[in-house]
Design a protein around this ligand. Structure first.
Ligand code: AP5
Length: 190
């Protein structure tokens, strides 16, 4: 089973994916976490990605596609996966579809969060105070929202057109309340 957890910056993708991973035994694969780990280790990929991420832009498609390809081809990685933060462009979605088709798989469902922008900004600025993530500055948040609206949001239509179920979830409320909505959806998909 391949699921996508989708939504604008701060909508709760990482938070909820961790819950889904625990309860439904889907491996949570976050391209943002992978890139941050590369930056922290000072690898070549990390050096290439750091400045782009800090500005709130998307890293190049070919770079992120190579990373995901490497992981999905790894025989130790389960075929039950929840992708968080990927695909983020139509190019990435097409590459993912191709990778999965080679293994006889496809995207089974999409969970897409809806959260008003003022709440997203409030959450990210709060996290900036608590955790100091490099891209939680006002400028980078504005750019991340812009990239989401211009490049990423249209990925949902790409999957709708293929007949993949896109479950729009209200991302407001407590973490537990939101997870309860997701639980109902994933239970239906299993
Ligand atoms: P990524 O790490 O994917 O960041 P993002 O999409 O900007 O999302 P966030 O991690 O900020 O938010 P989230 O939706 O996961 O919410 P979270 O659970 O953390 O990507 C970072 C960067 O990497 C990109 O900008 C790009 O440069 C690069 N990148 C990654 N993937 C890429 C790709 N495929 N292609 C190209 N570039 C790529 O929650 C946010 C905050 O809200 C937390 O503090 C949390 O505790 C809080 N919160 C969560 N739920 C609730 C709730 N219900 N109520 C109150 N607070 C809540």
């Amino acid at each position: 089973m391949i699921g996508l957890i989708f939504g604008p910056p701060g909508s709760g993708k990482g938070t909820q994916a961790a819950h889904v991973e625990r309860e439904f035994k889907l491996s949570h694969l976050s391209t943002g976490d992978i890139l941050r780990a590369e930056v922290a280790r000072g690898t070549e990929i990390g050096k290439e990605a750091e400045r782009i991420m800090r500005a709130g832009d998307l890293v190049p498609d070919d770079l992120i596609i190579r990373i995901v390809q490497g992981i999905l081809r790894d025989p130790d990685v389960s075929s039950e996966v929840l992708l968080d933060g990927f695909p983020r462009t139509i190019e990435q979605a097409k590459a993912l579809d191709q990778m999965l088709a080679q293994e006889g798989h496809k995207v089974d469902f999409v969970i897409a969060f809806k959260v008003p922008e003022d709440v997203l900004i409030e959450r990210l600025l709060h996290r900036a105070e608590v955790e100091g993530r490099a891209d939680d500055t006002r400028e980078a948040i504005t750019e991340r929202m812009h990239e989401y609206k211009n490049l990423t949001a249209k990925v949902l239509d790409h999957y709708r057109k293929q007949g993949v179920k896109v479950h729009e979830i209200d991302g407001l409320g407590t973490v537990e309340e939101v997870f309860e909505r997701i639980r109902q959806v994933v239970n239906r998909e299993k």
